[in-house]
Design a protein around this ligand. Structure first.
Ligand code: CO8
Length: 268
């Protein structure tokens, strides 16, 4: 068991060596506020160095959401500087999921929108429940993906499909996500997490942990590490520049007031 207990996370274990990290804000559909992101950063840092954890499964509490995105109510009034900082903690969490020396599996049990899809694609692979819904709806809020979606989603599903999802905000259900290669498998909602642990996490935990870690390190080095920090900086700063724009205030205001946004046209 992880030594620390967390306000916004539940950490569980299954033998041999599976750690389950559950986002625990079901009333906000597990939206990521800064407290939850900081909890995740601490928990994943501890699990990265914990020899008894051989595989990490990330999932959401409740039967409705994996992560419904970054917390819009908290982001709504951020300054550009605070936007960059908020984005930076999310990037640290995504980078830990992507690079920690053990496989990370996203068990997507419901909505995985915005930062939810971004955290899922930062994991080594995704297993979806038949109730999973993916998407990058940020442009409908006057912002852009800010936790790595501008570069990790295209790596997962290819540039044309990623561009379509990011530009349109269109949501994709589990079967379409599988056809796109976004998730490896779609499982029944009933008994979903138990099946992910039994059939996908445990078989990895039974292998040589040092061989698996070496394989992951090489895959990370050969695919994403080149220029990763440059991409993170560029995305975080572009995100920060959009905070306080008319469309960001309007888009997020409209979400919290439960109405349709009225966006400005393209600025010269
Ligand atoms: N943030 C805050 N609260 C949320 C969020 C969210 N992302 N998603 C849902 N909630 C809250 C709702 O406000 C609602 O609260 P309340 O009961 O107090 O009104 C509660 O969760 C339940 O939600 P709904 O009533 O809306 O449930 P529905 O079943 O009707 O709809 C949806 C479910 C479709 C998931 C809907 O809630 C929705 O569209 N949510 C927003 C999805 C979204 O736009 N996500 C992207 C957010 S932006 C983002 O993730 C950017 C990532 C990069 C950030 C970089 C930071 C600098």
């Amino acid at each position: 068991m992880s030594a620390t207990s967390f306000e916004n996370l539940l950490i569980d274990r299954a033998d041999p060596g599976v750690a389950i990290v559950k986002i625990n804000r079901p009333r906000a559909l597990n939206a990521l506020n800064s407290a939850t992101l900081k909890d995740l950063r601490t928990a994943l840092t501890e699990l990265a160095g914990d020899k008894t954890a051989r595989v990490v499964v990330l999932t959401g509490e409740g039967d409705k959401a994996f992560i419904a995105g970054a917390d819009i109510a908290e982001m709504k009034d951020l300054s550009p500087g605070a936007g960059v900082s908020f984005s930076a903690v999310g990037h640290e969490v995504a980078k830990l999921l992507e690079t920690m020396p053990k496989p990370t599996i996203a068990a997507v049990n419901g909505f995985a929108l915005g930062g939810g899809t971004e955290m899922a694609v930062a994991c080594d692979f995704i297993i979806a429940s038949e109730k999973a819904v993916f998407g990058q709806p940020e442009v409908g809020l006057g912002i852009i993906p800010g936790f790595g979606g501008t570069f990790r989603l295209s790596r997962a599903i290819g540039l044309p499909a990623a561009k379509e999802l990011i530009y349109s905000g269109r949501k994709v259900k589990a079967d379409e996500a599988k056809a796109m290669g976004l998730c490896n498998h779609v499982l029944p909602a009933e008994g979903f997490l138990a099946a992910v642990i039994e059939n996908h996490a445990k078989p990895i935990a039974l292998q040589s942990a040092s061989a698996v870690a070496k394989a992951k390190a090489l895959i990370v080095e050969f695919t994403e590490s080149h220029g990763l920090n440059t991409k993170i900086d560029a995305e975080a700063h572009a995100f920060g520049r959009l905070m306080t724009s008319h469309d960001q205030r309007e888009g997020m205001g409209a979400f919290t007031e439960k109405r349709k946004p009225q966006f400005e046209g393209l600025k010269a």
